[in-house]
Design a protein around this ligand. Structure first.
Ligand code: MIC
Ligand code: SF4
Length: 641
């Protein structure tokens, strides 16, 4: 049988192991990207490894998350990032140039290459036929140093696209449909590969919307073939030379094939508080809307914003509706400005935000209390907008624009208007003024470290035994936004002691004080939880800050891919309950003991946990590769290296 596209690209990059789904493999990483919120720590860790210059083909450092600059912290980070990029051989996409995934697609991504990014939406690059994956910053630092990236050899699932999208139905509706089919859990170790005749009907930005939000399914990545559409996109970016054809064999083998007829997709929405809570827009129609935000790395391309502009052109946002526009890149804003669409957006009452992450991560434009906010972004976790009582719904630009006109959730097909179909332009406006190449002579570059730049915290090797208290017990589908918030708190990313104060804030604001007290008493902290722990972002602070607070183990029913890798990288044991029902018998505050834990980790990973408070015992296990065992025994990746 022939090979899938994912297999072909991954196999070409394997440096350890062989193609065997479920087994650990190591692959060579061609390109890396970081963003500022995860990047400062990644470069500090890169420096801690003592490497003088990046060794992979291309490394880009983006500044797009912390662009608000209230206080000195963000600007300090940016100055540090600028120096680090210049000295270590990294391209810098300056603040104001746009969101990493959109800009990387436009200016750097190459079909057939591997891309590792310290951001969970790095799979956006799958839209041009890359194997693009998110990871913690430490894994990216290792890849920049020429080290391999370790992952579970994936199961490749084909989504066979047929038909074509109908007017008013968008790529966003397709990925929301995929989320309905696959949900947000149970997809660890899977690559979604798109194929079939429907592929040719989708432009690259549409494909990128689909691969971007595939991250919400918890898959390793998603990928489209690189075909004539890909060539057209790269040609329009003056990068035709970067194009090459990449596709699956006609008789490729997949672990599963799922059919999706694009002609049957209708406008969809993800209702609060999960991207997996899928409804049709029709089901929600009539709900009064307080805020509409168009943008984010999922939906902020030229076509997305021009479509929005054409729809809202003849109307205006009602007085009690706030309409926010955050373009994905400087290229998009420049084109919208030149062609006049920006005028139409502003005439309709649009509030132009910086071309950055902004509202998507609650780093501005938090809605009012109890608001209904319609967003074209990819995550609507509790409090992610910055307003805990608000309900965020994720929709397409078409559905968002319809709400601007009507003030209510509206199926855009019900608007009394002909669909303003916008084609992807043949030529984009290319201007790389805000991309700064690295210095030719690194010895001349001095890295400025303002007061916001700390050292990466250190950890001790794993102790012989763990005497700990259950600091918090959480349920299923705990996201990294629950574990440690982003938004306005993100400015403390380079200051781990300060940022740790916000651990689990949204669930239990007392977590930090409890954890600190337990730590002071000379005990460790343990977190217990349910299914699919660590959904969402790649933020390694969701492991790094718990490490700093003395968390030695997490015990859950299952983990998401990036988060479990981050836990291991920071020396925290990711145990699973052998019997998931044992979770019910544990309470916050219970004292737990695990004896000879070093032997457990060096051995089969199975341990008996004594619940001293309840006088009971239960079994847990950690499935670790030999490499992962060594990392945990050493107390994390930095010690291991
Ligand atoms: C997100 O969308 O949650 C973020 C903010 O981009 C994160 C990265 C981070 O927390 O810095 C992600 O997706 O990985
Ligand atoms: Fe930025 Fe939002 Fe995309 Fe994360 S999901 S990279 S915060 S735009």
């Amino acid at each position: 049988m022939g090979k899938s596209l994912a297999r072909k690209i991954i196999e070409q990059h394997i440096v350890e192991g062989k193609w065997e789904p479920g087994e650990e493999i190591a692959i060579r990483i061609d390109q890396t990207l970081t963003q500022d919120a995860t990047g400062t720590m990644a470069y500090l860790q890169f420096e801690a490894m003592g490497i003088k210059r990046v060794k992979n083909e291309l490394a880009v450092s983006y500044v797009d998350h912390n662009t608000i600059q209230i206080g000195y912290e963000n600007a300090d980070d940016q100055k540090y990032l600028q120096g680090a990029a210049s000295k270590y051989g990294i391209y810098l996409s300056r603040s104001g140039n746009g969101i990493c995934h959109q800009v990387h697609l436009e200016r750097f991504g190459k079909p057939g290459k591997t891309l590792l990014g310290s951001d969970s939406h790095t799979p956006t690059g799958g839209g041009i036929g890359m194997i693009a994956m998110g990871s913690g910053g430490l894994d990216v630092a290792v890849a920049m140093g020429g080290g391999a990236f370790y992952l579970t050899c994936p199961d490749v699932v084909k989504i066979n696209l047929t038909g074509q999208l109908q007017p008013w139905v968008a790529a966003k509706d397709v990925i929301l449909k995929v989320l309905e089919m696959f949900t947000t859990k149970g997809n660890v170790g899977v690559v979604l590969e798109y194929g079939g005749p429907g592929v040719a009907t989708l432009s690259v930005p549409e494909r990128a919307t689909i691969t971007n939000m595939g991250a919400e399914c918890g898959v390793t990545t998603s990928v489209f073939p690189s075909d004539q559409e890909t060539r057209k996109f790269l040609k329009g970016q003056n990068r035709e030379n970067d194009w090459a054809e990449f596709k699956a064999d006609d008789d490729a083998e997949y672990s599963k094939v799922v059919e999706l007829n694009l002609s049957e997709v209708v406008p969809m929405a993800a209702a609060p508080h999960s991207p997996g809570n899928i409804k049709t827009v029709k089901e929600l129609a009539g709900l009064s809307v307080d805020q509409v935000c168009v943008g984010s790395c999922t939906n902020s391309s030229y076509v997305d914003l021009t479509t929005t502009a054409r729809i809202v052109k003849e109307g205006a946002a009602p007085p009690d509706l706030s309409f926010v526009i955050a373009p994905g890149s400087r290229q998009v804003v420049q084109m919208l400005t030149k062609e006049g669409s920006l005028f139409d957006l502003l005439s309709a009452g649009g509030r132009l935000a910086e071309n950055a992450c902004g509202f998507c991560i609650g780093n501005s434009q938090s809605p009012k209390s109890d608001a209904v906010s319609l967003r074209t972004s990819n995550r609507n976790f509790l409090n992610r907008s910055g307003t805990k009582s608000a309900d965020a719904y994720l929709v397409s630009c078409e559905t968002a624009a319809a709400a601007v006109l009507t003030g209510k959730i509206t199926d855009p097909r019900d608007l009394d208007m002909e669909y303003p179909k916008v084609e992807m332009p043949e030529q984009f406006l290319v201007d790389d003024t805000m991309i700064v190449p690295p210095a030719e002579d690194p010895s001349k570059v001095e890295i400025v470290r303002g007061p916001n730049i700390g050292d990466p915290p250190k950890n001790d090797p794993l102790p012989e035994a763990i005497n700990a208290e259950v600091t918090i017990k959480v349920g299923d589908e705990i996201t990294t936004d629950h574990i440690i918030p982003a938004g306005a708190k993100m400015k403390y990313r380079s200051n781990v002691p300060k940022y740790s104060e916000f651990l689990f804030e949204v669930l239990d604001p007392e977590f930090f004080n409890r954890a600190k007290k337990i730590q002071k008493n000379g005990e460790f902290n343990i977190i217990v939880g349910g299914l699919s722990y660590g959904q969402g972002s790649s933020r390694e602070h969701a492991a790094l800050c718990p490490m700093y607070m003395g968390v030695k183990a997490v015990i859950t029913k299952s983990y998401e891919r990036i988060h479990i890798a981050n836990l291991i990288n920071f020396g925290i044991i990711p145990f699973n309950f052998e019997n998931p029902d044992d979770l019910d018998a544990i309470d916050q505050g219970d004292k737990l003991e695990i004896e000879k834990v070093r032997d457990v980790i060096a051995g089969d990973g199975v341990a008996v946990v004594k619940n001293v408070t309840k006088g009971t015992t239960f079994k847990v296990s950690a499935k670790l590769s030999e490499r992962q065992k060594k990392i945990i025994l050493a107390g994390g990746m930095l010690n291991f290296l």
